[in-house]
Design a protein around this ligand. Structure first.
Ligand SMILES: Nc1ncnc2c1ncn2[C@@H]1O[C@H](COP(=O)(O)OP(=O)(O)OP(=O)(O)O)[C@@H](O)[C@H]1O
Ligand SMILES: [Mg+2]
Length: 196
């Protein structure tokens, strides 16, 4: 099996001087293609921090993270946005949808930036939103829909690009048990998912 993600001795400290929070102390693990990994821990134990470091949203204080062979701790600023768009799908704990875009435009954002033809975008949005049962809210704005609907929109946005790696921060926290089951069984398996 191919190793898709490898973390070596990751440390992350916030703050400086006498006011340092050790959010991650020394974490190493690797994940193979096709694996679904869950990370559990108490509130404040560092789960979101870890996902932010893997997804290049935040930088590590020490250690290395290899994604499909690329050391993401060494990628330069210019390449990061593109790397993220082409390789990663991310479901944020607080969804992070853009309020000025409709649900449909939010889901399609990475494809639009990558200049995928409109017809293809339309087809992919339709297919994914049908599976997640949110086709009736596509023209609404995030502030006009429920928390669970926002969460499914965030999930659709994360998987529409067929990313190598999906990072999901409590992706079913705002869903009822039926919607959670539906989301987790959506027939759209990426090579790897890491969730907390
Ligand atoms: N930007 C920041 N500046 C300083 N400290 C931070 C920052 N972000 C997080 N922390 C601290 O780092 C630790 C880990 O936070 P993190 O958000 O990773 O926890 P979590 O496991 O995701 O918690 P939850 O389950 O509540 O979402 C906490 O003690 C938190 O207070
Ligand atoms: Mg968190």
């Amino acid at each position: 099996m191919k190793e898709v993600l490898k973390l070596e001795h990751i440390q992350k400290y916030y703050g400086n001087g006498g006011n340092v929070t050790k959010a991650i102390q020394d974490i190493s693990f690797s994940v193979e293609e096709g694996e679904f990994v869950g990370i559990m821990g108490a509130s404040g134990s560092g789960k979101t921090t870890l996902l932010n470091c893997i997804s290049t949203i935040d930088t590590v204080s020490a250690g290395h993270i290899y994604l499909d062979g690329t050391d993401v701790t060494e990628i330069n600023e210019k390449q990061i946005a593109r790397f993220r768009r082409e390789n990663l799908g991310f479901v944020f704990q607080d969804f992070n949808l853009l309020d000025t875009l409709t649900i449909s435009e939010n889901i399609a954002l990475a494809l639009t930036i990558n200049k995928v033809p409109a017809g293809e975008i339309d087809g992919r949005v339709r297919e994914i939103t049908r599976k997640l049962n949110i086709t009736d809210i596509l023209d609404k704005y995030p502030y006009q829909v429920s928390g669970g609907q926002k969460q499914r929109c965030a999930c659709a946005r994360a998987i529409i690009n067929n990313p190598k790696l999906i990072l999901a921060d409590e992706p079913t926290g705002a869903l009822d048990s039926h919607s959670s089951q539906m989301l987790l069984s959506t027939n759209h398996q990426p090579p790897l998912q890491v969730g907390v």
